[in-house]
Design a protein around this ligand. Structure first.
Ligand SMILES: *[C@@H]1O[C@H](CO)[C@@H](O)[C@H](O)[C@H]1NC(C)=O
Ligand SMILES: *[C@@H]1O[C@H](CO)[C@@H](O)[C@H](O)[C@H]1NC(C)=O
Ligand SMILES: *[C@@H]1O[C@H](CO)[C@@H](O)[C@H](O)[C@H]1NC(C)=O
Ligand SMILES: [Zn+2]
Length: 318
């Protein structure tokens, strides 16, 4: 059923309402402009670097995650660790550019190949093989710059309408110089069977985050790994800013049991323990934290199981 509306509200960047597949309950996915840009670990962003603290623009609320947990439990296939086989997911790259230079977004084939290598290495333990099917390059100044100040999701409906390929089991990646941060992704449960939710399914990453790009220390290709983690159903390992005061370390977090409680994202590579009362140090090496690319190294077994259940349930990939 159709329910995909854009509702600009005060303090809310945008909220997309979708209904879950075959579920009468609506899920609300609130995509907010991060306001935590002061929390940059004391690091000053370089001129050509992204604003720290806004690495990723996908943020879900505690209510949304709880709602999703219900639907997932109700609908998921019986996948348990070790009970699945390798899957291959087709990937379409859409390179948005303002001109035919790398600075203008016209990424060389070698960077895309290196990026696919990083993605496949990082997902080897998940037994997901990402297969590059096609690379499309489009010169469009407005798209490259992220449609001005308009949010990424709005851009998607316009760009996705023109460019998106395949069903909900196909990954479409758009590269651009969108000013909002490093990346953004849609989660599996955002898909509600409507054309709109299909059109806006995919990942946007900043063109300069691919391996060898100019966004050091975020140029190791891990922005895509992180966003692909969302696309496959993972939340951040840390408590989202809007839940920090309300829930502190005591909330349900990312609904994965083996990721230690973490109150705040890591903006560098230093080990912290932001939930000292609880077991485990901050998972600074987890792909779903915000650490520098060189420090992002792993998914936990619990995250792997969740991804396999999510993509089987919502994307019919199994
Ligand atoms: C997730 O959903 C299941 C089934 O409805 C429930 O038993 C479980 O307590 C939920 N988990 C959390 C952390 O709310
Ligand atoms: C290409 O686009 C980039 C980014 O907009 C710009 O900085 C650069 O000057 C452009 N180069 C040429 C040759 O037009
Ligand atoms: C690959 O992209 C080109 C445009 O760059 C397009 O003409 C072609 O249809 C695409 N092929 C597939 C299989 O999507
Ligand atoms: Zn993220």
């Amino acid at each position: 059923m159709l329910l995909s509306t854009f509702v600009p509200m005060l303090g809310l960047w945008l909220s997309i309402s979708t209904s879950a597949v075959a579920s009468p309950n609506f899920q609300f996915h609130r995509l907010e402009r991060p306001s935590g840009q002061s929390q940059n670990g004391g690091l000053e962003p370089a001129k050509s670097s992204p604003r720290l603290g806004s690495q990723c623009n996908l943020h879900t609320s505690a209510e949304e995650r709880a709602e999703e947990n219900k639907s997932l439990r109700r609908m998921r296939s019986s996948h348990r660790a070790g009970e699945w086989s390798d899957v291959t997911i087709p990937v379409h790259f859409h390179i948005l550019a303002s001109n035919e230079t790398e600075a203008g977004g016209w990424l060389p084939d070698e960077q895309i190949e290196a990026q696919m290598q990083v993605l496949n290495d990082d997902f080897a333990a998940v037994q997901i093989n990402w297969e590059l099917v096609n690379v499309t390059r489009i010169i469009n100044e407005r798209w490259f710059h992220g449609l001005g100040d308009k949010p990424v999701e709005k851009m998607w409906l316009e760009v996705g309408k023109e460019l998106r390929v395949g069903g909900i089991d196909v990954l479409n990646i758009y590269t651009s110089e969108h000013a909002e941060g490093l990346g953004y992704a849609s989660m599996p449960s955002f898909f509600d069977g409507t054309v709109e939710s299909l059109t806006s399914d995919g990942i946007v990453i900043n063109a300069y985050t691919l391996p060898g790009g100019r966004y050091a220390p975020y140029n190791g290709g891990r922005t895509l790994t992180h966003e692909a983690g969302h696309w496959a159903g993972l939340h951040h390992t840390f408590v989202e800013e809007e839940d920090r005061v309300k829930e502190g370390c005591d909330g349900n977090g990312d609904y994965v049991d083996d990721t230690p409680a973490q109150l705040e994202p890591t903006y560098d590579c230093q080990q912290r323990d932001t939930c000292a009362e609880q077991e485990g140090l901050d998972p600074i090496n987890n792909f779903m934290d915000y650490s520098f690319d060189t420090c992002l190294q792993e998914f936990t077994p619990g995250q792997i199981e969740r991804m396999r259940q999510e993509i089987a349930t919502y994307r019919e990939i199994e």
